[in-house]
Design a protein around this ligand. Structure first.
Ligand code: NAP
Ligand code: ZN
Length: 368
């Protein structure tokens, strides 16, 4: 067995009403919270539960609910300014991956500021304000990862920033917040989680522990995938959230690979949802792994309990009608993707021609 390290310092509370039942734990984070969220948390119940828990603890809060999907550096700066003006000393993030990632960047830049040109330069010290995260989508697993993914306008893509201090101190997971998540968001976020588990196993940085987490994630997630297009029970919502958390724990160790690196261009230039972008690219990436004899593929399929054709067919049905993207744009994305660090993290590192083949396969209407 190869040597490995394992670090996942987030304390997780999973279960119905855990924000209220375990809310006293927020006391240890500070006295005034910046609640980083999107507008939906006021309707799905997450914001109300956080405010009630803080009030019961005698803590005060300022709400920053202006985080948009695919958060920008400007949005993060706005959050830092509000945090300072309010005198907040900790952060509670409630929302999908966008508010959770914005919260991590705010928590970090609040204590180690950088000019805009150096945000994506890496080398962050392990210092950030303490955070508690409450996911309201079952997809990103950001509540258990040390990454914040922000829009990078200079490189015209999305780029992650990271430090060990970006792991939230606490995470509260309750499927009830997802009861009214629209179908498209449910499908797309589930595709993201599925992609994390699969890519975690296809990563050069996979470890025995990240593989164990990924296989359990696939065992839970895969049977639920085809259910996401219909009405889900609360138990199924919990299952998606659990699988997504395990997939987040996976990529916290392994990182993501070519699929995520390629998907960012679909999101940046065509506003395709992050999870859908990954789902579109997964079948081609998996077929390439089969062609190249990538070892992990057999274990991925056995965790899913299906064949490669079966998995591709489930994905195909969920993805439905494809966007119209001209072949020359896809060729441009393939060129750009070759410079992306995620490509080099893939167990099999695809050539530019193979990357283009995956893009073309995702949008079968296009002719080169
Ligand atoms: P999102 O961008 O956070 O949210 C998408 C939409 O869903 C928003 O319009 C949001 O509305 C709405 N929404 C969220 N929760 C809802 C609920 N419970 N009920 C109804 N509507 C709800 O989407 P996401 O897929 O969760 O996150 C994607 C982001 O996460 C991307 O930026 C991606 O790059 C990043 N990501 C991060 C990691 C990581 O490890 N850090 C991993 C994967 C992906 P409001 O805005 O009004 O709330
Ligand atoms: Zn993702």
């Amino acid at each position: 067995m190869n040597a490995f390290a394992y670090y996942m310092p987030t304390e997780v509370f999973f279960g119905r009403d855990c924000v209220i039942q375990q809310g006293a734990r927020l006391k240890e984070l500070g006295s005034h919270a910046l609640i980083v969220t999107g507008r939906s948390s006021a309707k799905n119940g997450a914001l109300g539960d956080v405010l009630a828990a803080l009030e019961a603890n005698g803590q005060t809060a300022t709400v920053f609910d202006r985080v948009m999907p695919n958060p920008t550096v400007a949005c993060v700066r706005e959050g830092v300014a509000l945090l300072r003006a309010a005198g907040a000393d900790f952060i509670v993030a409630a929302g999908g991956g966008s508010p959770m990632d914005a919260a991590k960047a705010i928590a970090t830049l609040a204590v180690q500021d950088r000019p805009d040109g150096e945000i994506f330069a890496g080398g962050y010290a392990a210092e950030a304000l303490p955070m508690a995260h409450i996911p309201t989508t079952a997809g990103t697993g950001s509540e258990v990862t040390p990454y914040a993914i922000l829009t990078n306008d200079e490189k015209q893509t999305k780029t992650s920033i990271t430090s060990p201090a970006m792991f939230p101190r606490l995470a509260f997971l309750d499927g009830k917040y997802m009861e009214h998540l629209p179908v498209a968001s449910t499908v797309n976020t589930a595709l993201d989680a599925f992609s994390h588990a699969v890519e975690g196993m296809l990563s050069r940085r996979a470890t025995p522990v990240s593989d164990a987490l990924a296989m359990e994630s696939l065992r839970v997630l895969y049977p639920l995938l085809s259910r996401t297009a219909g009405a889900l029970t609360l138990a199924e919502r919990d299952g998606l959230l659990y699988g997504s958390m395990l997939a987040g724990m996976t990529i916290a160790q392994s990182g993501t690979t070519a699929v995520h690196g390629m998907g960012y261009y679909l999101t940046y230039f065509y506003n395709i949802d992050h999870g859908r972008a990954n789902g579109l690219l997964l079948p081609g990436a998996l077929r390439l792994c089969e062609k190249k004899g990538v070892d992990a593929l057999g274990r991925i399929l056995s965790a899913c309990g299906d064949t490669l054709d079966g998995v591709c067919s489930v994905l195909d049905t969920l993805l439905g009608k494809r966007e119209d993207i001209p072949a020359e744009r896809l060729a441009d994305f393939a060129r750009r993707a070759m410079g992306n660090k995620n490509i080099r993290k893939s167990a099999y590192e695809p050539t530019e021609e193979e990357v283009l083949g995956i893009y073309m396969g995702a949008f079968p209407g296009q002719k080169s």
